[in-house]
Design a protein around this ligand. Structure first.
Ligand code: SF4
Length: 202
């Protein structure tokens, strides 16, 4: 797979086999770096522009292809700060397989379009579902697949149009992955989740 110059991503993490970030079983990608400072951000460690680790767009594409999943969900950090490399990775995947793309952003669709940035527009063109808008802690109503009620699930193609209508209609869901050194929370958990965990008895 040819490497394009400059197509290196800074990532916060990746995980195969997630079920709480959109339709079906998916490959998840969290980019590193965000310029927003939403109060109550669930992953403040993903905001450091110099944190995380690097991965080429072609390596990410290979990993997504080899997962065999129907879809990929991209979150952050702020994915659109790395629109060029992300678009490159997704285009490489799409050359090999028909894959559905869900992407989260702290910007609104209107703000993204207003940038006029060709890479931002290119990334929008190849995504199927956009969950947009910054996280507003006061508007966190504990519902599924989005952090606060101002955020919209916008179907950019027909692929996930039906599931877009289900965002924010059920109680928030998440899953836990046990690793060797830590437990990872994947999905969008309810606001008081950590408080509730303190009350678990074994
Ligand atoms: S946009 Fe997302 S990652 Fe960035 S500060 Fe807000 S909640 Fe955190």
């Amino acid at each position: 797979m040819p490497e394009k110059e400059g197509c290196v991503l800074r990532l916060h993490g990746v995980r195969d086999g997630v079920t709480k970030l959109g339709a079906g079983v998916r490959y998840a990608v969290w980019t590193q770096g965000c310029k927003k400072r939403c109060r109550g951000c669930m992953t403040p460690e993903s905001r450091d522009m110099n944190g995380g680790y690097e991965m080429s767009a072609s390596e990410l594409a290979r990993n997504i292809i080899s997962s065999g999943r129907e879809g990929v969900t991209i979150s952050g950090g702020e994915p659109f700060l790395q629109a060029r490399a992300l678009a490159s990775a997704i285009e490489l995947v799409k050359k090999e397989r028909d894959i559905g793309v869900i992407i989260y952003t702290g910007y609104t669709l209107e703000e993204l379009c207003a940038t006029g940035d060709s890479y931002v527009l290119r990334l929008l063109e190849i995504c199927d579902l956009l969950v947009d808008g910054e996280y507003i802690d006061e508007l966190n109503d504990g519902m599924n697949l989005r952090g606060s009620s101002n955020q919209r699930a916008l179907a950019l193609t027909e692929r996930y149009a039906q599931s877009a209508a289900e965002y924010g209609t059920k109680k928030a869901e998440f899953e836990l992955f046990w690793g060797a050194e830590k437990i990872s929370i994947v999905g969008i958990p309810p606001k008081d989740m950590l408080e509730r965990f303190k009350n678990i008895e074994f």
